[in-house]
Design a protein around this ligand. Structure first.
Ligand SMILES: OC[C@@H]1[C@@H](O)[C@H](O)[C@@H](O)c2nc(CNc3ccccc3)cn21
Length: 446
């Protein structure tokens, strides 16, 4: 492979999320989140795993930043836990919570690492869930208030903001299938939660334009949908699946309209949304964050309500989470975003994989060749998209640390750094050492 050169200023980093790494969810005046509540509800997570300790990052943050510097990271994407900032969700500010993230940002900057801050990575304050959560139209105001608190506190030092992480997972997991907090299962609630999440995104961006002076965007998880056959049924199913995951959030955010397939999918559960709502949702964005993990070869089936699903590929390679390794899907997807939405700058805000990692060997090595292969091919796919004309500004590897994989507990390890949850010892895996070389060579060593 000829040497790959990435654009000047291309940012190499890694990503995490508050609930997955911090622990100490109720420390220093914080309030509970829906994930604190969900994980402590019997049967909701594997082995009853909770975020009570996680990677103990709330206490080990300074050493973790030192580790990021040693690995040569140029950027670090993290999320803020809303209920540390507003324990009741709105109103009173818990200054100790703001101070934690302020100290983290200062430490990152002192170590030459650019912070990318995600306001919402799934951990809604439980107090707001008790007021209807994302089903309450007031959630747009709640979120704008929380965002404004953080903009005022950190905008001089944080220059890249993200409103929401993956509205599709929040609603498909938390409102339709119930696998994620708040664990609802309703075809009727799902579009309402989706719509209010996007109204909240728009309200937070509007508030940023009054307070902030830098960049703000939205992060979506999207995956290319390829028809399993050229039958009319599979073609229609693929179109539905594509609209439901890939267009449902980017179309309103960037085009001010929903894809028509959503009415077909949700039927009488799809409201006629007011034009004013779509105007709120469609705010000028500085970038879009793309979280990519896999593709879906899609066929018609009797799944509810989508009537479409992925077909396992007999010759495919799969990760521990059952996702097919398909790097070309990332290139195809990035080109699709450019063709549909224009030259909006993009960051790969998550990309990575869980494979079965061996224990830490003598001398502190963790051999993870499958992860190295996955990353090498996907970073190569990013380069292919850049060569195809996509404006991609950075790559955030998921994840810096092994961490709490939501309902799957600690059973899946996505980190380039191994975490011993008994001792909290961090051990960079071979993939971390490899990634450090990629960063140092600006991609040339890929
Ligand atoms: O599952 C790995 C990560 C997860 O740890 C992050 O918090 C989250 O942002 C994230 N999103 C995806 C995208 N895909 C997905 C699909 C179905 C359920 C959950 C995630 C993967 N991941």
């Amino acid at each position: 492979m000829s040497q790959r050169t990435f654009p000047d200023g291309f940012l190499w980093g890694a990503a995490t999320a508050a609930h997955q790494i911090e622990g100490s969810p109720m420390a220093d005046g914080a309030g509970p989140s829906i994930w604190t509540r969900f994980a402590h509800t019997p049967g909701m997570t594997l082995n009853g795993d909770t975020g009570d300790v996680a990677c103990d990052h709330y206490r080990r943050w300074k050493d973790d930043v030192k580790l990021m510097r040693e690995l040569g990271l140029q950027a670090y994407r993290f999320s803020v836990s809303w209920s540390r900032i507003h324990p009741e969700g709105t109103g009173r500010v818990n200054q100790a919570g703001v101070d934690f993230y302020s100290r983290l940002v200062d430490e990152l900057l002192e170590n030459g690492i650019e912070p990318l801050l995600t306001l919402y990575h799934w951990d809604l304050p439980a107090a707001l869930e008790d007021r209807g959560g994302w089903l309450n139209r007031d959630s747009a105001d709640w979120f704008a208030e929380y965002g404004s608190t953080m903009y005022r506190a950190l905008d001089g030092r944080v220059k890249k903001w993200v409103t929401l992480n993956e509205p599709w997972v929040i609603t498909d997991g938390g409102y339709l299938h119930g696998a994620l907090a708040p664990g609802h299962r309703s075809k009727y609630e799902t579009p309402i939660a989706s719509h209010n999440l996007m109204r909240a995104h728009g309200a937070a961006v509007k508030a940023y334009r009054d307070i902030g002076k830098h960049e703000i965007g939205l992060v979506v998880n999207i995956e290319p949908k390829y028809p399993a056959s050229d039958s009319a049924e599979d073609t229609a199913a693929t179109k539905r699946a594509h609209a439901y995951m890939n267009e449902q959030y980017l179309d309103p955010a960037l085009l001010g309209r929903y894809p028509p397939e959503l009415k077909e999918i949700f039927g009488d559960a799809w409201p006629d949304w007011a034009a004013a709502d779509l105007e709120l949702i469609r705010q000028q964005l500085d970038f879009i964050g793309i979280n990519y993990y896999t593709r879906s070869v899609t066929q018609a089936n009797d799944s509810y309500p989508l009537k479409a699903g992925a077909v396992r590929q007999p010759l495919g390679t799969y990760t521990e989470t059952g996702w097919e390794v398909y790097p070309k899907g990332l290139t195809d997807l990035l080109v699709w975003v450019k063709e549909r939405y224009g030259d909006i700058p993009m960051y790969i805000t998550e990309n990575g994989a869980a494979f079965f990692d061996p224990p830490v060997a003598e001398g502190g090595r963790v051999r993870d060749p499958l992860r190295m292969d996955y990353l090498q091919k996907h970073i190569g796919a990013v380069h292919d998209a850049i060569q195809a004309g996509c404006d991609i500004r950075g790559y955030m590897l998921w994840s810096l640390l092994d961490n709490l994989e939501w309902s799957l507990g600690y059973s899946k390890r996505f980190g380039m750094v191994h975490v011993n949850y008994g001792t909290q010892e961090r051990t960079p895996k071979d993939s971390a050492r490899w990634y450090s070389k990629v960063i140092a060579s600006h991609g040339a060593s890929l």
